[in-house]
Design a protein around this ligand. Structure first.
Ligand code: ADP
Length: 628
């Protein structure tokens, strides 16, 4: 009998399957089982309105068998079946040809991606089979038909015999080749493991006869083999259950097994979203960051299911980067099994699920912050930096999601404080949110300006991560309050009278400062007195947008050819410190010494601020000259 030809596009897909270098050929079973499940779904729904179907829900099933001698795998369902035309149309062509972009069909890598991410339906069976037979009898028809093909050269459809409606697919498994072991798919234990892995949650039982060795009754030490029909899939995924039906133990067991964590999760979020796109999600916040979390090897994402069938192991589009620590699954019946990666990113359903997840995670974290403070701080220690990067990234687009989730150590008790808490306890006369940046809390605590601001009774946020100050700059304001770096020249903690006095004094010694500035060259923009310091003699403050802390962070970044970004600085001298008096004297008596003092004070200010000095040898020489 003359063979019928596949449609052109189908031929390309088929060729891609037959010659596939894809290593996870095992997904063929997932594809065939979900087709079988879909076919049963169709008949089941019909049975709800059509009394003639005559099958109860319990009688729907999928049967699997494998035989090593004949090298065959059989997948049988009692679903809706296919008519002759349907066999031709469904298996002779690709149902959703639009999903595939064949421009790239010469690039094997692209093929691998498509197969890996989405599977490609029925044709994937050709990755492991050299010939396939599909015997099907459509519901309502007396006649069955057999579709047969050994690959690219076409297929035949002939009349066949079958007692009841449904479909029987027989795969003849390829012979093993040099680098390919196809025989493994004939092993029932392997098949059982694959069902567990990919199709555990299909709604209908997947049954297989398994040989089992049992002791012979009355004959000690003797065993016989009996055949037992096992249901391989558990059918109800935990995320599909009602949260009230699930115990913490169940959730934790599921989490550890599925996501290979030795610790229980810090937080379990089980939610059912309704609306245009409905979905079940089960999310976990781990107690600790995975070892590769802060490296570029880390891959974020949730497992994505469509009606219990795994479509993707790590669907990145479901999680924003700042919540990349979330593990879990999302399942929606509204998603198509065969969406391609390109369309996935623009998939409205997926976007809506992602939006729901983002909102839910945010709210759960806020609740945790409010009601389970210790837990939240544990979470923040592990993942807080990720939230702060989130605040900074994309030009601050996500600040409304994140601003209430970040914490800083406070000068008040050296404990974590949120911005909301900080603002709620601001003093009446306090106009701005104070912060100071440095390597560690202890080092920040020793900064001269910190002492001065604390002395006025104001609380200060201690910023110890590189990203912190950039994140706050991006945030701009919180609750209409500005942020002020206590090491900024614009720091305003003086009374009007103090300000007036200071201005006059600086005016009076203008020439002295000019002289000192000359000694320092371009290192500072200006030298002046300050009344903001308490006990410390000097400090360096920044003027303008870039703080000294930011300069330090920017210096560490890889050079990109642009000129380094420098902070504009002022050297401030405590006008009530004995050193101020000394300077005034030297200005009248010894200009040479005044220059040397300027250099030493500048170097000191840098060291106090946690910076290095450019010329330590010169500094050592100057100090030695003074003390010997
Ligand atoms: P998809 O499942 O994405 O539509 P497939 O290539 O896997 O793509 O299958 C093509 C079509 O063949 C299905 O849409 C379905 O109509 C039909 N089909 C496949 N397997 C079966 C089956 N076991 N029973 C009934 N119809 C089936």
């Amino acid at each position: 009998m003359a063979k019928k030809q596949f449609k052109t596009e189908s031929k390309k897909l088929l060729d891609m399957m037959i010659n596939s270098i894809y290593t996870h050929k095992e997904i063929f079973l997932r594809e065939l089982l979900s087709n079988a499940s879909d076919a049963i779904d169709k008949l089941y729904y019909r049975s709800l309105t059509d009394g003639d179907v005559g099958l109860s829900k319990e009688s729907f099933e999928i049967k699997l068998s494998a035989d090593k001698d004949s090298r065959t795998i059989v997948i049988e369902d009692n679903g809706i079946g296919m008519t002759r035309d349907e066999l031709e149309n469904n298996l002779g062509t690709i149902a959703k040809s639009g999903s595939f972009d064949f421009k790239n069909d010469n690039e094997k890598k692209e093929d691998v991606d498509i197969i890996g991410q989405f599977g490609v339906g029925f044709y994937s069976a050709f990755m492991v089979s050299d010939s396939i037979s599909v015997v099907s009898r459509a519901y309502g028809s007396e006649q069955a038909y057999e579709w047969k093909s050994s690959g690219i050269d076409g297929y035949t459809v002939t009349e066949a015999h079958k007692d009841s409606c449904g479909t029987v697919i027989t795969l003849h498994v390829k012979e093993d080749a040099e680098n390919e072991n196809y025989s493994e798919f004939l092993d029932k234990y392997r098949i059982r493991a694959l069902v567990k892995k990919y199709s555990d949650y299909l709604r209908y039982p997947i049954k297989m006869d398994m040989e089992k060795s049992v002791p012979v009754e009355g004959k000690e030490g003797e065993y016989e083999t009996v055949v037992e029909t096992q249901t391989l899939n558990s059918m109800i995924p935990i995320w599909k259950k009602q949260p009230s039906e699930c115990t913490d133990e169940e959730y934790e067991g599921f989490y550890r097994e599925k996501f290979f964590d030795y610790e229980s999760p810090l937080k379990i979020i089980h939610s059912k979203f309704e609306g245009l796109t409905s979905s079940d999600v089960l999310l976990f916040i781990p107690k600790h960051a995975p070892f590769d979390y802060y490296t570029k090897d880390f891959e974020k994402g949730l497992q994505l299911y469509s009606s219990g069938v795994l479509i993707m192991d790590k669907c990145a589009d479901l999680l924003p980067d700042y919540f990349s620590f979330v593990r879990g699954v999302a399942d929606s019946a509204d998603l198509s099994l065969n969406i391609s990666r390109e369309t996935l990113q623009h998939d409205a359903q997926l976007k809506s699920i992602a939006k729901n997840i983002e909102k839910k995670v945010k709210n759960e974290l806020l609740k945790m912050l409010e009601n389970e403070r210790e837990k939240y701080e544990e979470f923040f220690k592990a993942f807080g930096i990720q939230l702060k990067y989130g605040l900074y990234s994309d030009y601050g687009t996500h600040k409304d999601v994140l601003k209430d989730l970040i914490l800083f150590i406070s000068s008040a008790d050296k404990k974590y404080v949120s911005l909301k808490e900080y603002v709620s306890r601001m003093k009446e006369e306090q106009k701005t949110i104070y912060y100071a940046a440095g390597e560690t809390v202890d080092k920040i605590d020793m900064l001269p300006q910190v002492e001065a601001v604390k002395d006025k009774g104001f609380e200060i946020l201690y910023l110890t991560d590189d990203v912190d100050e950039f994140a706050l700059k991006m945030l701009g304001k919180y609750d209409d309050k500005d942020f002020t770096n206590v090491c900024d020249g614009g720091l305003d903690i003086l009374s009007d009278e103090e300000k007036k006095d200071l201005e006059e004094e600086n005016k009076q010694y203008e020439d002295m400062f000019k002289c000192m500035k000359e000694a320092l060259g371009d290192s500072v923009n200006v030298v002046r007195f300050t009344k903001s310091l308490k006990n410390h003699p000097v400090c360096l403050v920044s003027e303008g947008e870039v703080s000294l802390g930011m300069e330090k962070v920017l210096e560490k970044m890889p050079e990109n050819g642009a000129a380094p970004v420098k902070a504009q600085t002022a050297l401030e001298i405590n006008e009530s410190h004995p050193i101020a008096q000394k300077l005034r004297e030297l200005y009248g008596s010894d200009r040479e010494k005044l220059s040397q003092y300027a250099k030493i004070l500048y170097a000191q200010a840098r060291l106090i601020g946690g910076m290095t000095v450019d010329n330590p040898t010169e500094l050592a020489g100057l100090v030695c000259g003074l003390i010997s």
